[in-house]
Design a protein around this ligand. Structure first.
Ligand code: NAP
Length: 515
C-alpha cells in the first residue's frame, strides 16, 4: 500500500514543526463511519422537512463521508421560532449568570472528553491534520467555553451610578439581545462556531447555528454536546443546508436580533444589505490579505518559521494567513532560499497520519480556484521558486504543493486577492516607510506581522498598520482572552475577549427618583 504522506520526514524538514511547538500526536486514530446528520430544532433531532440530504466529502480520499439533512426555508423558520420561544418563555435568558456558566463549563469538559471524535471529524471533513487539531484547536475551543463561562459570572452584572441630582439613582443592567444566528465558514469549522456560541450563550441569548455546507460534521457533534451539558430545549438549534436559501431566512427574520458571521467579504456585504430592513446587530469576520514584514535585523531562522507557518498552516485556508511576505532587501535572497528549501521538504499527507504537516484542500471548488491563482502567478512577472503543482496519495486527494512566488510586486493579482490556499507572493522592500506603505496598500485589514529584533521599531510600526491583529516575532497566536477581528473590509466587531461579550448583549439604564 502506498504511504499516507508525501516527502519523507527527513532531517531537512524535521524542524518544520518548531513554530507551533507541536510534536506529532502519539496515537492518531483511523477513519471511522459517521452517522447521518439531522437538524436540531427545539431540543429534538429530526430530518429536513423535505427529506432531502446533502453529502459531505473527504478531501483526502475524495469519497463521501455521510449524508446530512438539507434544511428547507421552513426548517430555518422552525429553528428561529424555537429560539424565539425559548428566549421569550424559557429559563435561559432569565437564569442567573452562574447557572448558565455551570452549563458552559460542562460543555467545555465534554468537548475535551470527546476530543478524539471532534479531531477525526475535522480531519475527514476539511483536511485538518489530527495533531494540529488536538494540540492547538481543541484546547482553544474548550477554552472559549471556560473563558466565556467565567465572563458570564462577572461581566453580566450591572452597575449603580449617581447623577447631577441628589435624589436620582441610575441602575444599569446588561441583557441578552434575544435570538442570535451564527453563520460559519468551512475553514475552521469548530473553532469559529465556538467563538460565537460560547459568548452568545454566556450572555443569555438563544442560538441558531448554520454551518458551512461543506463541513458540517463538528457542528453536529457540538450541538449534541450542548444537549448533553443541559442547555434547555430551543436555546441551541442547528440547521444544515445551503446558505443562499436558509441564510436569507435567518438574515431577514424580524425574530432574529443578531447575525454573527464569519465568511467571505462578498457574502458579508450581502448579509449587511439584507439585514438592514430589520436593523440587525451584526459582527462580520471577513477576508484578509495579511502582510508579514521581515526586517534585515530579524532572527532569520525564527522569521522564516513565522513566514512559513504564517501562510502554510491549515494549507493556507486561514483568514489571517500571512499571505503577503515583505522582505527587506539585504536579506531577501537568503529568506527566499530558506523558504524554498522548507516548502520543498514539507510533508503533505493524510491528516490522519501523525507525520502530516499539510493536509488536502478542503473542497474541489477551492482546489480549482487556488490552481487558477497559481496559473496567474506563473503568467506574471513573479518567479516560481517552489511548488506550483498538485499531488495525490493512492491516486486521490486535493493536495496542492506549498507554492512560493519570489520577486512579486504588490499590484499582482496574487498579491491583491485573497487566494485562501498555500500560495505566497514574496515582495522586496527598502526601509520602514516602504514596508508600511505596501503593508497598508490593501482593502483588507485582518492581521499583520513584524519580524525584527528592534522592539521600538516593531511597536512604532504596529501603531501604523491598519489591521486588527499584529504579531511581533511570531504568527498564529490566539487566546480566548485576546480580542480578534478586522479593520477595513475584513469586517467589524470582535470575537474573543471581554470585548466579544459586548457584541452579544445590550444595556438597559433605569432611572430611579428616590424622592
Ligand atoms: P462564504 O462562502 O462567505 O460562506 C460562509 C457561510 O455563509 C457559509 O455557512 C455559507 O453557507 C453561508 N452563506 C453563503 N451565502 C449566504 C447567504 N446569501 N446568506 C447567508 N449565509 C450565506 O465563506 P467560506 O468560503 O465558507 O469561507 C471562506 C471565507 O471566510 C474567506 O474569505 C475567509 O477569509 C473568511 N474567514 C474569515 C475569518 C475571520 O475571522 N475574519 C475566519 C475564517 C474565514 P454554504 O456553505 O451553505 O454556502
Amino acid at each position: 500500500m502506498a504511504t499516507a504522506v508525501l516527502n519523507d520526514p527527513s532531517e531537512k524538514s524535521a524542524n518544520l514543526t518548531d513554530f507551533h511547538g507541536v510534536e506529532p500526536h502519539p496515537s492518531v486514530p483511523t477513519r471511522k463511519g459517521i452517522a447521518k446528520g439531522q437538524l436540531l430544532i427545539d431540543g429534538k433531532w429530526r430530518d429536513s422537512s423535505s427529506g432531502e440530504t446533502m453529502t459531505t466529502t473527504d478531501p483526502t480520499t475524495e469519497a463521501p463521508i455521510t449524508a446530512v439533512a438539507k434544511a428547507t426555508p421552513e426548517d430555518a423558520q422552525a429553528a428561529i421560532d424555537a429560539a424565539y420561544a425559548a428566549f421569550e418563555e424559557g429559563p435561559w435568558g432569565k437564569m442567573h449568570h452562574e447557572e448558565r456558566a455551570k452549563i458552559l463549563f460542562r460543555m467545555a469538559d465534554l468537548l475535551d472528553e470527546r476530543a478524539d471524535d471532534f479531531a477525526i471529524r475535522e480531519a475527514m471533513d476539511m483536511g485538518m491534520p489530527y495533531t494540529d487539531f488536538r494540540t492547538i484547536i481543541m484546547p482553544h475551543c474548550s477554552g472559549l467555553f471556560r473563558f466565556f463561562g467565567g465572563q458570564a459570572m462577572s461581566a453580566m452584572n450591572g452597575g449603580y451610578r449617581t447623577s447631577y441630582e441628589q435624589t436620582i439613582r441610575i441602575l444599569t443592567r446588561r441583557e441578552p439581545l434575544g435570538v442570535v444566528a451564527a453563520i460559519t465558514p468551512w475553514n475552521f469549522p469548530l473553532a469559529l462556531t465556538c467563538s460565537k456560541m460560547a459568548p452568545g450563550l454566556a450572555a443569555g441569548n438563544c442560538m441558531v447555528h448554520k454551518p458551512a455546507s461543506d463541513t458540517p460534521l463538528t457542528a453536529l457533534a457540538l450541538a449534541q454536546v450542548a444537549m448533553d451539558a443541559g442547555v434547555p430545549a430551543g436555546v441551541y438549534n442547528l440547521i444544515t443546508g445551503p446558505g443562499g436559501s436558509i441564510g436569507d431566512v435567518l438574515v431577514k427574520s424580524p425574530k432574529v436580533d443578531k447575525i454573527a458571521f464569519t465568511g467571505s467579504t462578498s457574502v458579508g456585504e450581502n448579509l449587511i444589505r439584507n439585514g438592514a430592513d430589520t436593523v440587525k446587530h451584526m459582527t462580520m469576520e471577513l477576508g484578509g490579505k495579511s502582510p508579514n514584514i521581515i526586517f534585515a535585523d530579524a532572527d532569520i531562522d525564527a522569521a522564516v518559521q513565522a513566514a512559513f507557518w504564517g501562510i502554510f498552516w491549515n494549507k493556507g485556508e486561514v483568514c489571517v494567513a500571512g499571505s503577503r511576505l515583505l522582505v527587506e532587501r539585504p536579506i531577501y535572497d537568503e529568506i527566499v532560499e530558506k523558504l524554498t528549501v522548507m516548502a520543498k521538504a514539507a510533508i503533505l499527507g493524510d491528516p490522519l497520519d501523525a507525520k502530516t504537516q499539510i493536509g488536502p484542500i478542503a473542497t474541489k471548488p477551492e482546489y480549482d480556484k487556488i490552481l487558477t491563482y497559481i496559473e496567474s502567478g506563473k503568467q506574471s512577472s513573479a518567479r516560481l521558486t517552489a511548488g506550483g503543482g498538485t499531488r495525490k496519495i493512492n491516486g486521490k486527494g486535493l493536495f496542492i504543493e506549498p507554492t512560493l512566488f519570489a520577486d512579486a510586486t504588490n499590484d499582482l493579482k496574487i498579491s491583491r486577492e485573497e487566494i485562501f490556499g498555500p500560495v505566497l507572493p514574496i515582495i522586496p522592500f527598502e526601509g520602514e516607510e516602504e514596508a508600511v506603505r505596501i503593508a497598508n496598500d490593501t482593502t483588507y485589514g485582518l492581521a499583520s506581522g513584524i519580524q525584527t529584533r528592534d522592539l521600538g521599531r516593531a511597536l512604532r510600526i504596529a501603531d501604523r498598520i491598519k489591521a486588527g491583529t499584529v504579531w511581533i516575532n511570531t504568527w498564529h497566536k490566539y487566546h480566548p482572552n485576546a480580542p480578534f477581528g478586522g479593520y477595513k473590509m475584513s469586517g467589524y466587531g470582535r470575537e474573543h475577549g471581554a470585548e466579544a461579550l459586548e457584541n452579544y448583549m445590550q444595556y438597559k439604564t433605569a432611572w430611579a427618583n428616590l424622592g
